[in-house]
Write a protein that binds this ligand. Sequence first.
Ligand code: 5GP
Length: 206
Amino acid sequence: MSKRGMLIVLSGPSGVGKGTIRKAIFEQDDNKFHYSISMTTRKKRPGEVNGKDYYFVSKDEFENEIAAGDMLEYARYVDNYYGTPLKYVNKMLDSGKDVFLEIEVKGAMQVRKKCADGLFIFLTPPDLMELRHRIIERGTDDLATIDKRMKRAVGEIEMMQNYDYAVVNDEIPAAVEKIKTIIRAERWRVKRFLPDYKKQLGDVLK
Ligand code: 5GP
């Protein structure tokens, strides 16, 4: 049986640029992670593709998935559901592949409880004005939604203490490099490395 893959969770407040960073990581040629496409009930934005950016579903469909126990985690976020389908994640991890989630903080905390050996990275903004600016610049939300997202973001930054690593998103290439460095180092953490190494040595270690 192959070694179980690593579950990598990138999280952080709304508007911090998680999606941009995730896309930049996945555009790189040396990328070997498997992105878990989320399911959502929010409306498709211009340019988004069903089955690539998200699985866009109705509220009823989403609630059926929850009831069937088919979600690894889910959260209600600004009046919509967002969640990670469980099957894909398990299939990939079981076949030794590393899975990458990009999710908001409530969902990340659910994953932390279920998958204690996951790697939890918190992407954080350089400052709050910058965050507001990014949310407004995206131009997809009305003012009331922007305010809701900002309020929530402040509370979310306090969640950083529950993560393994924090990365400030000031420059995209620098943040991407930091995240890749963290993941590379994490593979050599003794608790991840030792079980296989023991096997390799022929079980001479206790
Ligand atoms: P957006 O509507 O801007 O695409 O996403 C809103 C928020 O939902 C972002 O913070 C994004 O990271 C988060 N999100 C996307 N997919 C998931 C998911 O599967 N689960 C959870 N909990 N959050 C998600």
